[in-house]
Design a protein around this ligand. Sequence first.
Ligand code: PLP
Ligand code: COI
Length: 354
Amino acid sequence: MEVKSKEIKITKAKESKISSVDFSNLKFGSVYTDHMLVCTYKDGEWKTPEIIPYQPLTLDPAAKIFHYGQSIFEGMKAYKDADGEAWLFRPMDNCKRLNISAKRLSIPEIPEAFFMEGLTALVNLEKDWIPTGSGSSLYIRPFVLASGVGFHASPADEYKFLICCAPSGAYFSGKVRVLIEEKYSRSANGGVGFAKAGGNYAGQFYPTQLAVKKGYQQVIWTDDNTHEYIEEAGAMNIFVRIGDTLITGPTSDRILDGITRKSILDIAAQEGIKTEVRKITVSEVVEAAKSGELKELFGAGTAAVISPIAGFGYKEVDYDLPEMQNSYANLLKERITDIQYNRSEDPFGWRYKI
Ligand code: PLP
Ligand code: COI
């Protein structure tokens, strides 16, 4: 839907909270900037977005978000370079994916102009909040929720599209160990696994808590049908290095089409790393771990960037990965963050100046 935005109205916060934030000790996504974007869908159309001071929402208890979980979100980051300029990374890809999720959840699509103009106006206003410490950035959370009311189990007739921002440090602290799931499933064929639907994450919390109790940080999901194939982790796509080949599973109905994942595939090809996009069986990963051919496992996502996995558990056995000197994970992380933080050329045209 082609909609040209009218001027976005900006109401500034009376006072900034920025001086109360300890930028040297940022967690992930736990403090929020002074402003947020709000856009309302009503009477069959998205109204012009507004930027207002960060504040609680008022919703009717009968709003469908509370009963039927009609909600979707995106995750993206703004980076500051050495000259103080702000950059986004492939923002149109997030916009397009939000609308892929919207369609699947029967949420009206957000006009691209509203998304892009709202996002850039908000990040521009919050530029001072983009942290500059190593590995930190401004995490941006666009999301849509059903604000329309009714206990009838059908799509709402009103929605809110919001964007909030959180200056953030690393998503994981310390080494990541994962459990390969044998029982629970994150998604199924024909389901909503490819969408960034809030409910996809709620459904992971219980099995992930069971894994955390056993000493792992994340679950690696396997296919719902046989549990024989590696799919993805809770908030990241998964890469496996067997010998010198870097392998990731194909995207499907059940797997989120990660922007970091597809960027890594392009960078790896440019670096001359042999890549394969194909189904990966749990048994080949276990066999490779036993024979020493399994060199690396890592997760890739906006929040997680590239997170090396130190070891995994499967059927009550723990497998450790070797400490690699010249790991693909380190090389690829350096290359992708150099592009994101404007420390290198951007041959792919992914960087987007605010
Ligand atoms: N898979 C899931 C389930 C995620 O939540 C994410 C995070 O967004 C990813 C993969 C990685 O996607 P992206 O690289 O676009 O952030
Ligand atoms: C992201 O990487 O941006 C995500 O959305 C993951 C999130 C669940 C923290």
